[in-house]
Design a protein around this ligand. Structure first.
Ligand code: 2AM
Ligand code: CA
Length: 265
């Protein structure tokens, strides 16, 4: 894919994401159905489904050869990243959407033969559009964002769900050493915050490709590091853990976790 086609694809994805945000705000003025999926933490609404359908219709019409992987699974089953693949979460942070009416995002990651092309995370209610075009930089509402600077752990804000501490007590060491812990409940948004330096790291133990694809492009474009919790590259083909951080903080976190592991052995 040449540079011009990549830029055109990025511009189109941005336009459709804005449009989907407008659609979500309109839908929020009326009632919508909420269903529980696997368990009480996992919700889906008519709005999630209609936004995914909105992207599917537009991609199929304008780019019939492209494939789509989406949370609501309304289209084909994508099992590899050959060709151009759109990885879409129509609403990331559905629990926030339903309970709070804010702190949710539309997330879009576009890959070509497994390589990132574009990443978009749109905080619909704050009207904050985080976007990255691979190799060309990243922007917040069209304004360029700088590369992430080295930061020490005592000056770093980290984000993870409190529940993860019950799974890995070594995380307590991060609570002790960092400036503070935050938890926003929307992975794509938390990754966008790492990319723009509002927080220095985000950790999760259970995320799907659509939760992380857009944020992955944003963070790598900002010079940050994204792997799973054990340091392996993400495949974007299965659920995985996540450690996404400013590069300097990433290394401090992995060192601290390793040391904490050795001490408890
Ligand atoms: P979602 O709202 O799109 O489902 C909440 O901590 C974050 O984790 C959200 O980004 C949420 O995405 C994601 N998440 C919650 N439960 C999940 C699950 N069972 N599998 C994958 N991701 C999940
Ligand atoms: Ca979702």
């Amino acid at each position: 894919m040449n540079e011009q086609s990549r830029k055109a694809l990025y511009d189109t994805a941005l336009e459709w994401t804005y449009e989907s945000g407008k659609h979500i705000r309109e839908k929020m003025e009326n009632t919508y159905n909420v269903d529980i999926k696997a368990h009480q933490h996992d919700l889906v609404t008519d709005v999630d489904r209609s936004v995914e359908q909105f992207f599917r219709d537009r991609v199929k019409k304008s780019f019939p050869a492209h494939r789509i992987m989406g949370e609501e699974g309304l289209g084909e089953n994508v099992e590899d990243l050959k060709g151009t693949v759109w990885i879409i979460d129509p609403i990331d942070g559905t629990v926030n959407f339903v309970h709070q009416g804010c702190y949710f995002a539309v997330s879009v990651g576009i890959f070509h033969n497994g390589e990132p092309v574009a990443g978009i995370v749109y905080d619909v209610m704050a009207d904050e559009m985080f976007s990255a075009l691979a190799g060309k930089g990243l922007w917040l509402n069209g304004k360029p964002l700088p590369q992430l600077a080295d930061t020490s752990i005592d000056e770093a804000l980290l984000s993870f769900n409190n529940g993860w501490m019950m799974k890995d007590r070594r995380l307590e060491e991060l609570v002790r050493q960092s400036r503070g812990i935050r938890s926003y409940g929307a992975a794509a948004l938390e990754m966008a915050y790492v990319a723009c330096g509002r927080i220095e790291a985000y950790i999760s133990f259970n995320l799907a490709p659509w939760d992380v694809a857009g944020g992955y492009v944003l963070i790598t474009e900002a010079g940050g590091t994204v792997t799973n919790y054990t340091g392996e590259p993400l495949t974007f083909l299965k659920k995985d853990t996540l450690l996404a951080a400013n590069a300097s903080v990433y290394h401090t976190i992995t060192d601290l976790l390793e040391q904490a592991g050795n001490e408890t052995r």
